[in-house]
Ligand binder design. Structure first.
Ligand SMILES: Cc1cc2nc3c(=O)[nH]c(=O)nc-3n(C[C@H](O)[C@H](O)[C@H](O)COP(=O)(O)OP(=O)(O)OC[C@H]3O[C@@H](n4cnc5c(N)ncnc54)[C@H](O)[C@@H]3O)c2cc1C
Length: 393
């Protein structure tokens, strides 16, 4: 099955309606993180695992994402929604890790949904906090983030691709983006655009895929991550009401969200690495006598994974630290996640041998997923550039 078959509406999606979220909010359910993690494990076992191969081949699992949302997956980091009243990046990472062990395509969509929530939670926008955020946090609404291009723009790698004209109560957006994930009809995503005028500035807002002028196109077929609802976006005079702005002025807002945005991605990496280690361990009884000649043995990888987990947990507890040293450590942790993912997936291939090379083998899927950890923004080359610039400053 390819992605088109799995969509709720065929691409391109152009609908005249202007869905503006209604004020009826869903209450935050008091919860302790541990019982949520048990519920998430159950959804992964019962609903996600039977679909993993289908997702790898292009099925967008909206129903699984909604079930994960109902189990509490997307609210863990949100003080306003998790029932604990504190930002808890570590709990969100634990949830993403559990999902990514089984299917990192879905783990990536958990990240996309988590950061869409994060954008609103960290904003001063009470309207979106009361309306859209509760729906995204429980999976009743789905969405993601179009921040790869802006992050590369801010790191001096490429120009900003979306521009906008300002009116009294809205921004009129134009431009195209090559790929944004966890999308479909009536989905939401965070977007940054350059506002023209006497004093041009950059602004960030939440945008709906079904607003007039939005078009989603499936232009590419990827070697992995095919079930992630990934589309090229075209904006033609898309009217974004000012009620949907989350960052204006942008830079102080980005400073607040950046560490969380980057750290949250490490849950994909740790989950993937964990499962690669388990694949290596599973063949030890049969192949230890010869696999012992390989590099990156499972016990070595596990030690490095545990060290990485400890580092990420410490950083997660300090996510609003404004210092450059802290941000450097966050970028280094994200880089470590990419590098260790590549090594662990390579080890899974070599340790499992021909059985890992079969068409439906987990090892070869993990290898393709690991390369995504390494190329999704901030990619390894992007991280090394930012770290280099920091070192030179
Ligand atoms: C499966 C998948 C899902 C993604 N999901 C998201 C998402 O949800 N949100 C998001 O913001 N970004 C998303 N991206 C983009 C991703 O984060 C990276 O920006 C992308 O992988 C390229 O990163 P890079 O730094 O390696 O740039 P490079 O690959 O070196 O590319 C440099 C520039 O050229 C552009 N480019 C390269 N090839 C093409 C092409 N065939 N057509 C058009 N432009 C091209 C790139 O986008 C980039 O801007 C996704 C990419 C993939 C492959």
């Amino acid at each position: 099955m390819n992605r088109v078959d799995s969509m709720t509406a065929p691409a391109p999606i152009v609908t005249p309606a202007t869905p503006v979220v209604s004020p009826g909010t869903l209450p935050a359910t008091p919860t302790d993180g541990a019982s949520d993690l048990d519920a998430i494990r159950a959804v992964v076992r019962d609903s996600l695992a039977p679909l993993t191969l289908k997702i790898d081949e292009g099925y967008y699992p909206a129903e699984v994402l909604r079930a994960l949302g109902a189990a509490g997956t997307f609210r863990q980091h949100l003080a306003s929604q998790n029932g604990r009243g504190t930002v808890d990046i570590q709990a969100a990472l634990s949830a993403m890790d559990i999902v990514s062990q089984e299917c990192m395509s879905t783990g990536f969509m958990v990240w996309a949904q988590d950061v869409a929530c994060w954008y609103i939670e960290m904003s001063g926008n009470d309207f979106l906090k009361e309306t859209l955020l509760p729906k995204l946090a429980c999976g009743a609404a789905l969405g993601g983030t179009a921040l790869s291009n802006p992050m590369k723009y801010l790191a001096g790698i490429e120009p900003l691709l979306i521009s906008a004209e300002e009116t009294e109560d809205a921004f009129i957006m134009n431009g195209t983006l090559p790929w944004v994930s966890n999308l479909g009809a009536d989905h939401w995503f965070g977007s940054i655009y350059k506002v023209s005028g006497d004093e041009p500035r950059d602004v960030m807002a939440m945008v709906n895929t079904s607003w007039p002028g939005m078009e989603l196109k499936q232009l590419a077929k990827f070697c992995g991550m095919e079930g992630t609802g990934t589309y090229a976006l075209s904006f033609t005079d898309v009217r974004v009401p000012k009620t949907h702005v989350v960052g204006d002025p942008l830079l102080p807002y980005l400073k607040k969200i950046k560490a969380g945005f980057v750290l949250l991605q490490t849950g994909m990496a740790t989950g993937l690495i964990e499962d690669c280690i388990q694949l290596c361990e599973a063949v030890e009884p049969r192949f230890a006598h010869v696999n012992c000649y390989l590099d990156d043995r499972p016990d070595e990888l596990r030690e490095e994974l545990e060290d990485a987990r400890e580092l990420i947990e410490a950083l997660s507890a300090d996510v609003f630290n404004p210092s450059t040293d802290f941000m450097r450590s966050v970028l280094e942790a994200r880089l470590l996640g990419s590098e260790l993912s590549l090594r662990a997936a390579n080890a899974a291939m070599l340790h499992t041998g021909a059985s890992g090379y079969l068409h439906d083998a987990p090892a070869q899927r993990k290898l393709r997923e690991a390369y995504f950890v390494a190329i999704v923004t901030p990619a390894i080359k992007h991280l090394r550039k930012e770290l280099d610039v920091m070192a030179a400053a």
